[in-house]
Design a protein around this ligand. Structure first.
Ligand SMILES: [Zn+2]
Length: 171
C-alpha cells in the first residue's frame, strides 16, 4: 500500500477528499495492467507539488535522493502520457515540459516567455469554445494541443529600457 503524503492537492477533477495523486495514478496503472513502481510513484508525487509544467531534467533532479536515472524518468513520463496522467507541452526551444492532469483536463494552460522561460497560467476558457463547437458538430474523444508563447512584461520592460539607453547614448 502506498502511503498518502498529501491529502489536499489542487489537481482538477479530483475532489479534495478523493484519492491522492499517487493513489489515483496507482489505480490507473493497475487498470492498464502496469506495475506500480517506486520511481513511478515518486515522479507522480513530485509532479503533484509543481503547479507549473516542468522538464524531464527538473523531474530527475527533484528525485535526487532516489536511484532513478534519466532514461527511467523519460520512460515513466511517456507511460503517464499514454495513460493520460500527464500532459506534455513544448517550450519554444523544443524542450518538453510535463504537468500532472490525472486523466482530467488541466486546471489551466500556460504561456511561456520566449526570452526568459517564465511560465504563467492562461485560463481554460481559451480552448473551451472550440472544444464545444467540435462536440456540437458531432466530434467525440476530442484531444488538443494548445501552446501559448509571448514576451513577458518583465522582458518587454527590459527591452524598452535597453532601447531608451541606446537612444540616450546616441543623443
Ligand atoms: Zn520573460
Amino acid at each position: 500500500m502506498i502511503s498518502a503524503t498529501q491529502s489536499n492537492h489542487p489537481i482538477a477533477g479530483v475532489a479534495m477528499t478523493g484519492p491522492t495523486p499517487a493513489e489515483f495514478a496507482c489505480a490507473r496503472l493497475r487498470q492498464a495492467g502496469m506495475r506500480v513502481t517506486k520511481p513511478r510513484i515518486a515522479i507522480i508525487e513530485l509532479l503533484s507539488r509543481h503547479p507549473n509544467p516542468i522538464s524531464i531534467e527538473k523531474v530527475h533532479t527533484g528525485l535526487n535522493d532516489r536511484k532513478c536515472d534519466l532514461v527511467t524518468v523519460y520512460r515513466c513520463l511517456a507511460t503517464f502520457e499514454e495513460l493520460g496522467l500527464v500532459r506534455r507541452s513544448f517550450l519554444h526551444s523544443g524542450t518538453c515540459l510535463y504537468e500532472l492532469t490525472l486523466g482530467g483536463r488541466p486546471d489551466c494552460y500556460h504561456v511561456f516567455c520566449r526570452q526568459c522561460g517564465r511560465i504563467d497560467p492562461v485560463d481554460y476558457f481559451a480552448v473551451e469554445a472550440p472544444m464545444r463547437s467540435l462536440e456540437e458538430r458531432g466530434y467525440t474523444a476530442i484531444s488538443h494541443v494548445v501552446e501559448f508563447f509571448g514576451v513577458c512584461p518583465q522582458c518587454r520592460g527590459a527591452a524598452m529600457r535597453d532601447q531608451l539607453t541606446t537612444i540616450a547614448t546616441r543623443a
